[in-house]
Design a protein around this ligand. Sequence first.
Ligand code: APR
Length: 236
Amino acid sequence: MPYRSIVVLTGAGISAESGIQTFRTADGLWENHRIEEVATPEGFAANPVLVHQFYNQRRQQLLSPDIRPNAAHQALARLEHALSLIEGSEFLLVTQNVDNLHERSGSRQLVHMHGELLKMRCMETNLCFDIRHDLGLDDCCRCCRQPGNLRPHIVWFGEMPLDMFRIEKALARCDLFVSIGTSGNVYPAAGFYQLASNAGARTVELNLDETGSSFDEHRYGPASQLVPAFVSELLT
Ligand code: APR
């Protein structure tokens, strides 16, 4: 293994072959919904029922038996496990996805920078709780016991992504940065490859389509094929 410290960034494209819609394609999530209505704090304040409905649907879809991790998620868990056996090596998987397919594959060094569908948060105390049912305005949270204080634990546009300190620390130390299945439209994630490159890391993009970002290496195709092949190369 030529690398000691690896950071992987994933986006919606890695979960596309598991049956979860991406955002920015014809028929993608943002083609069919107005971002301002369902993915901003202002949208939630204006129409919380609509926003709850939107994330309840996403959550129910994620919990359906048809949605399972694919070979790309599994390959990243394999990579993490292999690195954990090499003394002194480091690995961090940063996902923009709010699904739980990475953890279901066995990934543990994982940051959900845009939140998680299977968590809700109390707006009064900021405490998070697991959730698998639909969330509504009448739900009372376990901490403040008030109705209407719970929101999806999702980072909306205009809000600060989660765990940035841990992510930036890992980017500053990594010698390989791999971006998988993300269009590179949303910052700060879209700028991670620059930070890694500035730190001296090799940068690789694995994506279905060209994104226009200048990584050291680009490979195009479906994640379920590209990622296992790339991980196998790293491990042999
Ligand atoms: N394999 C690899 N890449 C794929 C696949 C696939 N099977 N299918 C689609 N892709 C690629 C698309 O070509 C596209 O470049 O995945 C990318 C998905 O891009 P987006 O839909 O923009 O999703 P993402 O980059 O994750 O969005 C970032 O934007 O809306 C916000 O918070 C939301 O986390 C999300 C963020």
